[in-house]
Design a protein around this ligand. Structure first.
Ligand code: HEM
Length: 419
């Protein structure tokens, strides 16, 4: 006989509004209130199971129990992911598509991107030195857009950088939005898809030449399991699934700068530029600061877990933010302490800023290696390559706006090259 208590039901008629109001803390607040890792709520007119913690993540990533098809709302597909993209696939076709992404993100490819990033950061210093002040978030976005396109083999004129970067960013900014912010993301996606469809066509027709090891080449000439090629639209959506998230690393870079400002005592250790120290710092940035709030999947069959009855087709949300702040795993989770990563066991389910499980077998982000390398490069640059001041500004970030960011975008002034 099970001794587990019954699963709490949140009694609100519908939590859709509260979800938008409580944002990153919506699931965690109820996990604390009910003293339970799992509870039922009503969201968007349906019964939804919400869960948090490493054990829940392990169940959520079991492909026997959960599928992604039908989980992401159309509104998210039309802004953030693109329709019918890898995020919505299951089974063998998903694994096959995933291997395409994994093949683009090997350690040498991570290094190539990080080196391009350092070059581009270095060559921005003189322009920044002349400016009265700069907003790091915007600068990082533009630089990442240039670097992502160059790395992926996509031609991008200097005159296009700002607009394209804004479009990639608007797609990400739309994910927790209703109203104008959502529509801005959709229009941005429309423009980006039109642009990238043309690039795919040009490479296929031979009008545009690209390196064989580039993301553009790999996606344009990828074979589906049945031997067919991706249609132009699908190829564009998947190439955008590489470019857009690279630009989104700007959010983590901005939080990295905030962490440096708030914890100047940690800077000393980073001055040697030693890879392990840089890595622990950026891992703590990915754990501590909010970016991805939660993930959704649908039950593939009826099953019971922790006395909770999951019904086939039911929507289930996994709390990413709460899992990264779970005090059973993370001592004093609301303190910023890079050193904690010295003892972290590398568990696939207790640290999930970009999803959990094995990326080659589940939906976990294939871009973590890239993200970490680009963040380490940016941190090394901020600590060791430039001097700057941080003028008075509003650096607060809200936990109820998804995605969130320090209000000012991190303004820097009096920038000079370190000698
Ligand atoms: C800015 C930092 C990033 C964050 C916070 C992030 C976060 C995530 C999250 C939460 C998922 C979903 C995991 C799941 O559904 O279980 C995901 C999936 C994905 N990410 Fe990232 N990611 C980032 C960077 C990247 C980069 C740099 C790339 C590629 C260059 C990338 C490509 C993808 C792709 C293709 C998927 C879909 C994987 C699948 O469905 O199998 N991401 N990411």
């Amino acid at each position: 006989m099970s001794m587990n208590p019954p699963v709490p039901h949140d009694s609100s008629l519908d939590n859709s509004l509260t979800l938008l109001q409580e944002g990153y803390l919506f699931i965690g607040n109820r996990v604390d209130r009910y003293h339970s890792d799992i509870f039922e709520a009503r969201l968007l007119g349906q019964k939804v199971i919400c869960m948090s913690g490493a054990e829940a993540a392990k169940v959520f990533y079991d492909p026997e129990r959960f599928q992604r098809n039908g989980a992401a709302p159309k509104r998210v597909q039309k802004s953030l992911f693109g329709e019918k993209a890898i995020q919505t696939m299951d089974g063998d076709v998903h694994i096959h598509r995933k291997l395409l992404f994994m093949s683009l993100m090997t350690p040498p490819q991570q290094k190539r991107l990080a080196n391009l990033m350092m070059e581009q950061l270095q060559s921005s210093i003189s322009k920044w030195a002349e400016a009265d002040k700069i907003v790091l978030f915007h600068e990082a976005q533009n630089i990442l857009c240039q670097v992502a396109c160059k790395w992926a083999g996509v031609p991008l004129k200097d005159s296009e950088v700002v607009e394209r970067a804004e479009d990639f960013s608007a797609m990400v900014d739309a994910f927790g939005a209703v109203g104008p912010r959502h529509w801005r993301g959709r229009r941005a996606r429309g423009r980006a898809e039109e642009w990238i469809r043309e690039v795919i066509e040009d490479v296929r027709s031979g009008k545009l030449e690209t390196e064989k090891d580039s993301a553009l080449f790999a996606i344009a000439f990828h074979n589906n399991l049945d031997g067919s090629k991706l249609d132009t639209q699908m190829a564009a959506v998947e190439l955008i699934n590489v470019l857009r998230p690279i630009v989104a690393i700007a959010t983590f870079i901005t939080f990295t700068a905030l962490a440096l400002k708030d914890h100047p005592e940690l800077k000393e250790k980073l001055k040697s530029g030693e890879s392990n120290d840089l890595e622990m710092f950026v891992q703590e940035v990915r754990r501590y600061y909010p970016f991805g709030p939660f993930l959704g999947a649908r039950a593939r069959k009826n099953f019971v877990w922790k006395t909770c009855e999951f019904k086939k087709g039911q929507l289930v949300l996994l709390d990413m933010y709460g899992t990264n702040h779970d005090s059973r795993v993370w001592d004093s989770p609301n303190e910023f302490r890079p050193e904690r990563f010295k003892n972290w066991d590398g568990d696939l389910f207790n640290f999930i800023p970009q999803g959990g499980g094995d990326p080659a077998k589940t939906h976990r982000c294939p871009g973590e290696g890239i993200t970490i390398e680009v963040m380490k490069t940016s941190l090394d640059f901020l600590v060791n390559k430039i001097e700057f001041e941080v003028p008075n500004q509003d650096l607060s970030f809200s936990l109820d706006r998804m995605p969130t960011l320090p209000e000012s975008g991190f303004v820097m002034s009096s920038i000079s090259r370190k000698i």
